[in-house]
Ligand binder design. Sequence first.
Ligand code: AMP
Ligand code: TRP
Length: 334
Amino acid sequence: MNLPRTRVLSGIQSSGEKHLGNYFGAIQQHIELQHEFPGECFYFIADFHALTTVHDAAAMREGVVEVARSYLALGLNPDKALLFRQSDVPEVTELAWLLATVTGTGLLERGHSFKEKVAQGLKPSVGLFLYPVLMAADILVYGSTTVPVGKDQIQHVEMAQDMATHFNQTHCAGEPILRRPEWRLSQTPYVAGLDGRKMSSSYGNTLPLFASGKPLRKMIAAVATDSTPLGQPLDPDKCTVFRLLSLFLQPDELERVGGWYRAGKRDGQPFGYGHAKQLLAERYEAHFAAARARREELVANPQQVEDVLTRSAARARAVARDTLDRCRQACGLR
Ligand code: AMP
Ligand code: TRP
């Protein structure tokens, strides 16, 4: 099979509601890339990976569908990009085994994400330990060249580079089969959460993408700020609300709001964190209003979502089959 010069691939876990960090760190650039590389963007919902934390069948099914709906609502065009379930391409698990046999345990022991999850109290299953091997298989099985992700995933893509090299050196004398992937960061590879730490479902500090109205205002009201009284000068660079606002405002507008912070005043009136939070809630709602409406339509049309997932999986699977066949042959398997 002839591989294109550029193939874009990324995965997103199906566990938990997608949040603002996922959007600005990953999803937004996934959707933009479909215009730059039409037909060559492969996006999948990482349900096999989610099994390391989700052990409830109904939650698993709903999680997958919710991620699919979110991508479609936010603008993924299924004529330009594939969107499929990871588990609909079982070839990845077989390639993961082939990769595991050429990967040293030391490489996995150095994994930041593994160490961090264990430190958070997650029971370290073998699956969690092998997480980067499965992720490498996801990337390598499609001949991916470009992997758009947030900062936290860079090390995993580097591990995939190492595994491709090890496999090629061990099994493919002279003629490498697995291509070297490169990571690609979005313009905002790190989004802070409500408490100022990295926004993450495991810290419970997220803003869900489709939140609106009173619940959204309540969450934004909970963003941690210091206790400077209303009307006193504030430092925008130390403020999580301001950092979040920077995702939604144009540079000139942001500059103006920065001025209000530093003065503690807006048009002669006192300006404080409460006003900044109100502005953030308004902009947030407006930014996702159209996507929220499209998502509601998809909730009412589950078949439409299912059709996209099924059609995309068939195309992805053909590519994966071809790579796996060549890898099996190189290892001396039938
Ligand atoms: P996950 O939901 O963990 O599968 O993450 C999906 C994508 O969102 C990955 O590419 C992550 O790097 C990215 N991501 C997750 N949290 C954040 C964050 N707080 N800031 C920026 N990117 C993030
Ligand atoms: N580990 C990624 C995350 O948590 C999800 C993922 C699985 C992925 N397989 C991938 C991302 C392959 C990019 C490429 O965000």
